[in-house]
Write a protein that binds this ligand. Structure first.
Ligand code: AMP
Length: 393
C-alpha cells in the first residue's frame, strides 16, 4: 500500500512516499524557504536525486511542484495520482479533542480551522495542505496525526496554569507540540538504552523548537504550552516572555493586539535578534565575528540549558539527552553550546564525535559522561505512516 505523508511547516513542506507495511521509502524530499525567490526543492528516489532553487510563493504552489515530480514521465514514481491509497497529514494543534490518528472529514477540518488562532504558523498551512491534497489525490483516504497527541500524558500539575479554574475547564492548559517527533526519537532512544525505566530529555530544534521530559516512554512535561509559542527561542518566535510585556506594548507603546501577535510569532526569535532565521546563515555570520549572531546563539543555548536543568529536577535524573530536527541533527555548534559547562550533571560531550557529520543515529557523549547524548534523526513521516497503516489495517 502506497502512503504519502505530507508535513507542512510554516515555511516548508516535507513529503515522503512509503510502501507499507515494508516501510520502504519510494521517494522523499522537501521544499524549504517557501515564500522566498530562492526556495529549495528536493526530490530523492532510488534512481534520481534532484535539487532545484526556484521561486515558490506559497504552500499551494509547493504541493503542485511536488505532484509534478511524483508524476514526471522520466523521473517520477507514480503513473497516476490514484496509485496513492492513503495520505497522512501532520497537523500541529488538535486541542484536547483529538489524541489519536483520525480520518479527515468536514468536522475535523472545521476543528483544525477553529484551532488556527492557537497555532497561527501551522494549522492554516496544515489545512491548506489537506485541501490541496484532497483536490489533487481525490481517490486517496486522508488522515491526520496531531502533534499534540503524544502529550496527552502530561499530568495536571504540569499542564494547568495558575489562573482561575473556569479557564482550565474552558480548555486553557498546556497541550505540547512536536509530539510525533518526540515520540519517534524517544522510542529509538529507549530501544538503544535497553533499560526498563528511562528518563529522557528530547530536544527538537528546527524552525520550531521544543523540549520534552519523557519518563518511561510518556511525556510528563514540555516547553511549549497552550500554543506552539512558549519555551525555547525559535526561528521567528520569541519563546518565553513575561506576559506583562504584551500589555505594556498595547497600553503604553500603542501596538494593536494583532500587531503584537504577528510580532511575537513571525518577527521575533533568531530573526529579530540577527536579521536571519536560518541557523546556517547565523552560524556563518557568527564565524565572521558578527556580535548579534554570537549573542543570539548564546541566548538560544542558554534557554535550552535552563530547561534541561528544570527537567532533570522534574524527573529526579536523566539517562539521555536527545538532539533532533534540522538544527539538533546538523548543528554541532548548537549541541556544543548547550552541553558546555554541564559537568555538575555529569553531561560531557565528545568534541570529535560531535563534529562528525552524519545522518544516522549516533552517540556523541564522551566515554566518561554518565548521561548519554544522542543525535537521533527524527522521522515524523515514518511515524505517521505507521499510525495510518495501523488504522487502515
Ligand atoms: P526543520 O524545521 O527540522 O526542518 O529545521 C529547519 C532548521 O534547521 C532551519 O533553521 C535550518 O537552518 C536548520 N538547519 C538545517 N541544516 C542545518 C545545518 N547544516 N546547520 C545548521 N542548521 C541547519
Amino acid at each position: 500500500m502506497n502512503i504519502l505523508i505530507i508535513n507542512s511547516g510554516s515555511s516548508s513542506i516535507k513529503y515522503q512516499l512509503l510502501e507499507m507495511p515494508s516501510t520502504q521509502v519510494i521517494c522523499l524530499g522537501m521544499i524549504e524557504r517557501i515564500g522566498s525567490k530562492e526556495a529549495i526543492l528536493t526530490f530523492k528516489s532510488q534512481d534520481y536525486k534532484i535539487e532545484r532553487i526556484c521561486e515558490i510563493h506559497n504552500h499551494k504552489t509547493g504541493l503542485e511542484r511536488i505532484t509534478d515530480l511524483l508524476l514526471d514521465n522520466e523521473k517520477g514514481v507514480l503513473k497516476s495520482t490514484d496509485d496513492i491509497e492513503a495520505i497522512g497529514h501532520r497537523v500541529v494543534h488538535g486541542g484536547s479533542t483529538y489524541t489519536k490518528t483520525t480520518l479527515i472529514n468536514e468536522e475535523v477540518k472545521n476543528k483544525i480551522k477553529t484551532l488556527s488562532p492557537l497555532a497561527p504558523l501551522h494549522n492554516p498551512a496544515n489545512l491548506e495542505g489537506i485541501l490541496m491534497a484532497e483536490e489533487i489525490f481525490d481517490t486517496a483516504k486522508q488522515f491526520v496525526v496531531f502533534d499534540t497527541a503524544f502529550h496527552g500524558t502530561i499530568p495536571v500539575k504540569a499542564k494547568k496554569y495558575a489562573i482561575p479554574n473556569e479557564l482550565y475547564n474552558k480548555g486553557i492548559q498546556a497541550y505540547g507540540f512536536h509530539g510525533t517527533s518526540h515520540k519517534y526519537v524517544s522510542e529509538k532512544a529507549n530501544a538503544f538504552l535497553d533499560k526498563k525505566n528511562t528518563k529522557l530529555i528530547s530536544i527538537h530544534l528546527g524552525n520550531g523548537c521544543s523540549i520534552t521530559a519523557i519518563k518511561d516512554g510518556k511525556s510528563i512535561d514540555h516547553s511549549m504550552g497552550f500554543a506552539p509559542s512558549n519555551g525555547l527561542v525559535m526561528g521567528t518566535r520569541s519563546g518565553d516572555i513575561d506576559h506583562a510585556i504584551i500589555f505594556y506594548m498595547v497600553n503604553t507603546l500603542g501596538y494593536s493586539l494583532g500587531e503584537v501577535n504577528e510580532l511575537l510569532n513571525k518577527e521575533s526569535g533568531m530573526l529579530a535578534l540577527t536579521g536571519f532565521n536560518d541557523l546556517r546563515d547565523i552560524e556563518s555570520e557568527a564565524s565572521k565575528g558578527n556580535a548579534s549572531c554570537i549573542l543570539a546563539l548564546e541566548m538560544n543555548a542558554y534557554r535550552i540549558k535552563k530547561y534541561i536543568g528544570a527537567y532533570i529536577a522534574a524527573m529526579n535524573g536523566v539517562d539521555a539527552i536527545i538532539f533532533t530536527a534540522g538544527i539538533g541533527e546538523n548543528s554541532s555548534l548548537m549541541r556544543q553550546l548547550v552541553c558546555k559547562d554541564m559537568d555538575y550533571f555529569n553531561i560531557h560531550l565528545d568534541d570529535a564525535k560531535n563534529d562528525l557529520r552524519s545522518s544516522t543515529f549516533r552517540e556523541v557523549n564522551s566515554i566518561d559522561s554518565k548521561i548519554k547524548i544522542l543525535v537521533i534523526p527524527t522521522n515524523e513521516e515514518l511515524e505517521i505512516a505507521k499510525q495510518v497503516f495501523d488504522l487502515l489495517s
